[in-house]
Design a protein around this ligand. Structure first.
Ligand code: NAI
Ligand code: MG
Length: 333
């Protein structure tokens, strides 16, 4: 049995968590959930969006499956997601976007893996008013060490998974120091991997290229904000945010979550697509070396996708979160 911290999260979080835990149970996945709370719900109940018990559990077990957490826009507490990624140095945010069988989307051949730098960039929270309401300032930090570890992780992943090309995305024409440094480190690391094709592209061009020719890209590595934006874009290429999982990986801790957020517009309606969170939980199983169980569940998800009566509305289905989860359980055998 593996002990894993489970944070159901806000909005649709509890619904998709229920789907994952029921499927894990039915599949006999050897995971013992340590339930903890965080996010807006924890803030409202305990006055703290990241309670000490949750931090202690994460500190102790160092692996978590985390539902989406609501972060207030504008004022309010800072993102708990960003805090966890930074505190546990989960420096690679790995976000695969791969065409799924029986899903309608604009392309049928997408197979991208995004490596998003997860600890710095514009996400460090150094913002201030120069003059309140009139003039604000935000600082981006890029360091050689943090750039190198995520870029190297992308190259190592490429080698381990038989992938051939890495595209580094930047804005070094304008952000000559920050983006420039990230790009410079990329070129240096690439020299250590002559077996992998390497290129770099400016982010605005990359957005257009991904929408027009996603099949040209394989692994993408980029800084925090660009990675955030381009991974939602990548989700859109394969059928939406309901379909992409993510892993936040550091040297001695890991946290798995969906790319999407708490989707307040559909929360509590049994409409959320649990596939993204399920795929995140399969990344967790692979991380735990429970490949057979992960493959078994993945196969069942693929089988279930053929029956649109049980799928959720975002992918053209007539079913609900629960009908999909029940069908995946049934198709396991
Ligand atoms: P969102 O990703 O929650 O939703 C965007 C759109 O996609 C909505 O129309 C939503 O209904 C749809 N959607 C998302 N996941 C879906 C699913 N599983 N099935 C079907 N439809 C789905 O982004 P939004 O609305 O910008 O953010 C809402 C909240 O989530 C914010 O407080 C934000 O800070 C938070 N958030 C948290 C993240 C995390 O915990 N890692 C990541 C992104 C946002
Ligand atoms: Mg995002």
């Amino acid at each position: 049995m593996h002990d894993v911290v489970l944070i159901p999260g806000d909005g649709i979080g509890p619904e998709i968590t229920q789907a994952v835990t029921s499927i894990f149970q039915e599949a006999g996945a050897p995971v013992n959930w340590i339930r903890c709370s965080a996010g807006l719900g924890a803030f409202e109940e305990q006055g703290n969006p990241l309670p000490d018990e949750t931090l202690d559990a994460f500190e102790r077990y160092r692996i978590a499956l985390k539902g989406p957490l609501t972060t207030p826009v504008g004022a309010g507490f800072r993102s708990v997601n960003v805090e966890l990624r930074k505190r546990f140095q989960l420096y690679s945010n790995i976000r695969p976007a791969k065409t799924l069988p029986n899903i309608q989307s604009r392309f049928d051949n997408v197979d991208l893996v995004m490596f998003r730098e997860n600890t710095e960039g514009l996400y460090i929270g150094k913002e201030r008013w120069i003059e309140e309401g009139r003039h604000a300032e935000s600082i981006a930090v890029v360091t050689r060490d943090a750039s190198e570890r995520v870029i190297r992780a992308a190259f190592e992943y490429a080698r381990a998974n038989g992938r051939r090309k890495i595209t580094l995305v930047h804005k070094a024409n304008i952000l000559k120091y920050t983006s420039g440094l990230f790009r410079e480190v990329g070129a240096e690391v690439a020299d250590d991997y002559p077996d992998i094709t390497y290129e770099d592209l400016i982010v605005d061009n990359m957005a257009m290229q991904m929408v027009m020719y996603p099949e040209r890209y394989d692994i993408i590595v980029t800084t925090n904000l660009f990675g955030d934006i381009l991974s939602d874009l990548a989700s859109g290429l394969i059928g939406g945010l309901g379909l992409t999982g993510a892993a936040n990986i550091g040297d001695d801790a890991a946290m798995f979550e969906a790319v999407h957020g708490s989707a307040p517009d559909i929360a509590g309606q049994n409409k959320a697509n649990p596939i993204a969170f399920l795929l995140s939980s399969l990344m967790l199983l692979h991380h735990l070396k429970e490949d057979d169980t992960a493959d078994k569940i993945r196969q069942s998800i693929y089988t279930t996708l053929a029956d649109k009566t049980v799928c959720t509305p975002d992918i053209g289905g007539a079913g609900t979160t629960s009908t999909f989860a029940e069908a995946v359980c049934k198709n396991l055998s």
